[in-house]
Design a protein around this ligand. Structure first.
Ligand SMILES: [Zn+2]
Length: 214
């Protein structure tokens, strides 16, 4: 079973990928992790990738495809969750070709959906207690004092350096890039949209239903 996970920033994609991985013994192929690992493995391909990253350049389509191809042929799990790949239409077509060579295919494309406004609040509203580590969201949680931890009354600090502007750029670029990809998979009738507004268990239950339907 091979799944492509397409999701905007702050949609809880990482959590769902982890739950899917554990439930179905799938390999979680995240391109970020893949690039980090391969750049450390000392192989010819790894050295090439390391040099590109060190120079601050981007991994182009062809090289990314080569890296993924090498990886998917070696995976022994029940299937793969593709996360961050394919990112372009070209990559999606190439991925289908690669899988076909080993008599496999993409069975499901799960698209997590979330309103930009809510995603923005989820992302920039995250704060953590500097003392006990409790995590809150300033927009969604009922804080007795907006700058203090409910649990221990210590200072709350922002979880990431996301600004509204940076978040909007990331979100808009996701919408633009994912459009063609979703259209491509819709023609194959394998796209399922799941709202990620609910809590993680509810979202996961819906994803499980989709998978069990086959
Ligand atoms: Zn605290």
């Amino acid at each position: 079973m091979n799944i492509v996970l397409i999701a905007p920033p702050a949609s809880g994609k990482g959590t769902q990928a982890q739950m899917l991985k554990d439930k179905y013994n799938l390999y979680h192929l995240s391109t970020g992790d893949l690039l980090r690992n391969i750049s450390k493995d000392g192989s010819e391909l790894g050295i090439k990738v390391k040099n590109i990253i060190d120079e601050g350049k981007l991994i182009d389509d062809d090289l990314m495809i080569e890296i993924v191809k090498e990886k998917i042929y070696s995976i022994k799990n029940n299937g793969i969750i593709f996360d961050g790949f394919p990112r372009t239409l070209n990559q999606a077509i190439k991925l289908d070709e690669m899988l076909k060579e080993i008599n496999k295919k993409i069975d499901n494309v799960i698209v997590l959906e979330i309103d930009k406004e809510i995603a923005l609040k989820r992302s920039i509203g995250r704060v953590a207690c500097s003392n006990c580590g409790n995590i809150y969201n300033i927009y969604f949680d009922d804080l007795k004092n907006p700058l203090k931890c409910n649990n221990c009354n210590n200072e709350l600090i922002k979880r990431n350096d996301d600004t509204e502007e940076k978040f909007n750029l990331r979100f808009d670029s996701y919408v633009k890039n994912s459009k063609k990809l979703i259209e491509y998979y819709e023609k194959k009738n394998i796209v399922n949209f799941v709202s990620s507004l609910n809590d993680k268990e509810t979202v996961f239950a819906e994803i499980k239903n989709i998978i069990n339907r086959g």
